[in-house]
Design a protein around this ligand. Sequence first.
Ligand code: ATP
Length: 278
Amino acid sequence: MVLENNRLVELDRAGVRRGTSWLVRGVDLSVSPGEIVTLIGPNGSGKSTTAKMTLGILKPTEGSSRRKTGLSVGYVPQKLAIDWTLPLSVRRFMRLTNALSDEECSIALEQTGASRLIGLEMRTLSGGELQRVMLARAIARRPDLLVLDEPVQGVDYAGEIAIYNLISEIRNTLGCGILMISHDLHVVMAAADQVICLNGHVCCRGTPSDVSKDDNYQALFGARAGVGLAVYEHHHDHVHLPDGTVKHADGSLCTDCPGEHQGHDHDNPGVSTGVGNA
Ligand SMILES: Nc1ncnc2c1ncn2[C@@H]1O[C@H](COP(=O)(O)OP(=O)(O)OP(=O)(O)O)[C@@H](O)[C@H]1O
C-alpha cells in the first residue's frame, strides 16, 4: 500500500474497545521518513495500545490503521524477556532474533557508540549501555520505522541527554521514522517533530513546547505539569542575517565570528545541546 505523502504508517480516528470500554479512541497519527513522533500520557492512557494499532498488532475496532507495503520495523521493547541468570554476551544478543553478519553487527554497534561492549555479558551492562545495545540491535537491519518503548529507562539524567542525542543522530543518519513511547511526562526530546499526549483519547498534540503550554496538558497533569515539559533544545543566542553577518542577543553585529556558529542547522533547531524549560 502506498500512503499519502510517502508516510510509513497512519491511524485515522482509530480506537480499540474491549467489552464495554474503550482503551483508547479517536487517534489520528502518522509517521513519515525522518520524522520523530512521541506518545506521552499517564499509565493506562493508551500509549501501548496506540503503538500496537500503528504496527498492526492490534486491529482498530473503529477507524483505520494503514502501513506502507513492505514496511520494516525495528523495535526496542520496554522490558527484555531474558533470563538474566544465563550467560549472554552482547555479540550473541545481537543475533538472537536476527541472522546478522559480523559486519552488520559491528556497524550497528558503532552507530550507537557501543562497539567496545561487544564481548561483555548483557547482565553486566549499565542502563545506558543496555539501551545502546538494544538500539543497535533494532537498527542493524536499517528499518523504515524504529519503535522505541521508553528509550531512556534506567538511564540517569546526563545519560538521557546522550540517548536523546543518539536517537536524533540515528534519525539523521538512517532517515527512518521514529515512534517513541515516553513514560516520563516531563522530559521529552525537543527534536520530536510531534508530541501526542494521550488520556484514553488525544488530549493535545503539537511540538514539545506547544504541548507543554497546552491547557489540556496542564489540566491532565495538574501540579506535576507546573515545571513544564523539560525539553532538550538548542537555544540560539544569535541570528544569521542574509548578508552573512551575525547579530547577537545584545544587538551587536559581527562579520567574522569564530567557528561556534558553524555546523548547526538553524532550520532544525531541535537537536539538543542544553536543557530548557518550555
Ligand atoms: N487486552 C486488554 N483487555 C482489556 N483492557 C486492556 C487490555 N489491554 C490493555 N487494557 C487496558 O487499556 C488501558 C490502556 O492500556 P495501555 O497499555 O495502552 O496504556 P499505556 O498508556 O501504555 O500504559 P503504561 O504507561 O502503564 O504502559 C489500560 O487501562 C489497560 O489496563
